[in-house]
Design a protein. Structure first.
Length: 185
């Protein structure tokens, strides 16, 4: 205010504060779990209805929105792969809706490890026993809510491993990836 007023009174030719830029915040380096910590976490959630979601997240590095928007039509168990076609996002009104993946590069196929294929096969069998095949548009993790994960995941991680997890965006479960793991995408 004072410098602007000084310019109006022709006491200063230019406001020197105008060119000042706020310094960027220091980004904290994200840690990751050791293979032992990852196993401890998966052991802690074993048998829980969300266990398949955590196994898929840890083995693929998928974003939380991609996991929650995954449909059975995107999963090809015989070929041990899945295709990321959708993302769960929050709209302007605060409601979660199905949208496109975050970037064009996010729309791609992922190969699945044999143990994750078996976990997904077991999930499919459990959910659809004695029934016809599910519609291709049925969600793989239909009974999971984003808000429930945001509440429960940090508690499970802290109880089983210790380091707190981020629950937003791409890094929601990345600390669970072993540091020596090769890039997944």
């Amino acid at each position: 205010m004072a410098l602007r007023q000084a310019m109006r009174w022709d006491l200063l030719p230019k406001n020197p504060a105008q060119e000042v830029r706020k310094p960027k915040g220091v980004r904290r380096e994200m840690g990751c779990w050791t293979p032992e910590q990852t196993r401890a976490f998966l052991e802690a959630v074993k048998g829980h209805r969300l266990s398949p979601l955590f196994n898929l997240a840890i083995s693929t590095g998928m974003r939380l929105g991609e996991l929650l928007a995954l449909q059975w039509g995107d999963v090809h168990l015989a070929g041990a792969e899945l295709t990321i076609r959708h993302n769960l996002v929050m709209d302007e009104t605060g409601n979660y809706v199905i949208g496109s993946p975050k970037t064009e590069a996010s729309h791609h196929k992922l190969l699945l490890p044999a143990d994750v294929v078996q976990i997904l096969r077991d999930l499919w069998t459990q959910e659809h026993q004695g029934k016809a095949s599910p519609a291709a548009t049925r969600f793989v993790f239909a009974c999971v809510s984003w808000r429930h994960l945001e509440r429960c995941l940090p508690r499970w991680a802290t109880a089983s491993v210790g380091p707190r997890l981020w629950v937003r965006g791409h890094s929601w479960l990345w600390p669970a990836l072993p540091c020596s793991a090769p890039p997944l995408r």
